[in-house]
Ligand binder design. Structure first.
Ligand code: PMP
Length: 363
């Protein structure tokens, strides 16, 4: 068996022990004589998986009783639409902080549903290299909610602390940094994340939302699109993506065993420090476009002096089993995604390679 150092941006590296458990139980799940893939979602074996994943998420993220956890489908992009469909009633407006491609995508969906305004936009020359300072936000005190993207997967920026939105609910897309940092869930009206970066495989989307917002959500939309439908039915209104949730459950067991989110945050800091250290040591060779105060610890992006050097870097990295380092097609350059299941040793190997590559090519 060959396993590489996987820096993919998502779907991404998963803990080996979780994959091995999924493999060992694939044909006969817990002595039931059938795979979890073949189980009814209305019988105890799957129900234990479903509830187990929910309760692990609740304890890992210290989700208070005021908030519900939902498992949905359609990825994070479906949430771009679910959020305004549920939480943006006619006559109200929602605020969007535009810090990258995903934030823009969320804004555009909201504008199809109702009234959405831009509370700040950090785009400059077609690029996003920072998140706004609190003083740059123009917030509507009557907004239905404020939406932001916690970590910008493509451009490698991240909110270091979240803005105070007073009594207006804060809605955050945490697709690429959920579980990598400690958060105070009580400060958020709603959090959503496609699981396929830190929490597990693609196919399931985690939603954590204040119960009063869920209950007060719009009723003039189809039932299947209402958060309240998922909440009332423990996300078992219709058939859930049971295999994705099973794999996520096994991943969450591993993350808890590693020491929970406090330990994951410390390791994420250590991993990102290793890469940023290389960028800061040779800033004219490893060019970090992101402002230091906005640097992402989940996705570290950098450029080299020429595209030829970038191609050479990627090719030689691959020869050392360092894969998935190509920047997003819309941004170019190099991107190292350092999600929680990526072992520290993989980032150490990347750091050594960056040293060797610079020693040879930075003349
Ligand atoms: N938001 C963010 C921050 C993302 O990184 C991504 C995917 N990379 C999305 C939304 C879209 O996610 P999905 O493909 O699950 O719809």
């Amino acid at each position: 068996m060959k396993r590489v150092h996987n820096f993919n941006a998502g779907p991404a590296a998963l803990p080996l022990a979780a994959l091995e458990r999924v493999q060992s139980q694939l044909l006969d799940f817990e002595g039931t004589g059938m795979s979890i893939l073949e189980h009814s979602h209305r019988e105890p074996p799957y129900e234990r998986v479903h509830r187990g994943a929910m309760s692990l998420l609740r304890s890992l993220l210290a989700v208070p009783d005021t908030h519900d956890i939902l498992f949905m489908q359609g990825g994070a992009r479906a949430q771009f639409a679910f959020v305004p469909m549920n939480l943006l009633p006619p006559g109200k407006s929602a605020d969007y902080v535009v810090t990258g491609t995903w934030a823009k995508g969320a804004l555009e969906e909201a504008q199809l549903v109702g009234k959405a305004r831009v509370a700040a936009n950090t785009e400059a020359d077609g690029k996003f290299t920072r998140v706004p300072k609190p003083s740059e936000l123009s917030l509507d005190p009557d907004a239905a909610y404020v939406h932001l993207t916690s970590n910008n997967t493509l451009f490698g920026t991240q909110w270091q602390s979240y803005p105070d939105t007073g009594s207006v609910p804060l809605v955050a897309d945490m697709t690429s940094d959920l579980l990598s940092r400690q958060i105070d869930v009580s400060r958020f009206g709603l959090i959503y994340a496609g699981a396929q970066k830190n929490a597990g495989p693609s196919g399931v989307t985690i939603v954590i939302a204040r119960k009063d917002l869920i209950e007060g959500g719009r009723k003039d939309i189809p039932k299947i699109f209402r958060y309240s439908t998922f909440s009332k039915n423990e996300s078992l209104f219709n058939t859930p993506p049971s295999f994705s949730i099973h794999v996520m459950h096994e991943v969450l067991i591993e993350l808890a065993a590693k020491g929970g989110v406090a330990a994951l945050e410390a390791e994420t800091r250590a991993k990102s420090d290793l890469v940023y250290g290389r960028i800061d040591a040779r800033p004219r060779f490893y060019i970090g476009p992101v402002e230091k105060e906005s640097r992402s610890r989940s996705n570290v992006v950098f450029r080299l002096p020429t595209e030829e050097l970038e191609k050479k870097f990627l090719k030689e990295a691959e020869a050392r089993s360092l894969v998935g380092l190509k920047g997003h097609r819309s941004v170019g350059g190099i991107r190292a995604s350092l999600y929680v299941a990526l072992p520290l040793a993989a980032v150490e190997a990347l750091g050594s390679f960056m040293d060797a590559f610079a020693a040879e090519n930075d003349r």
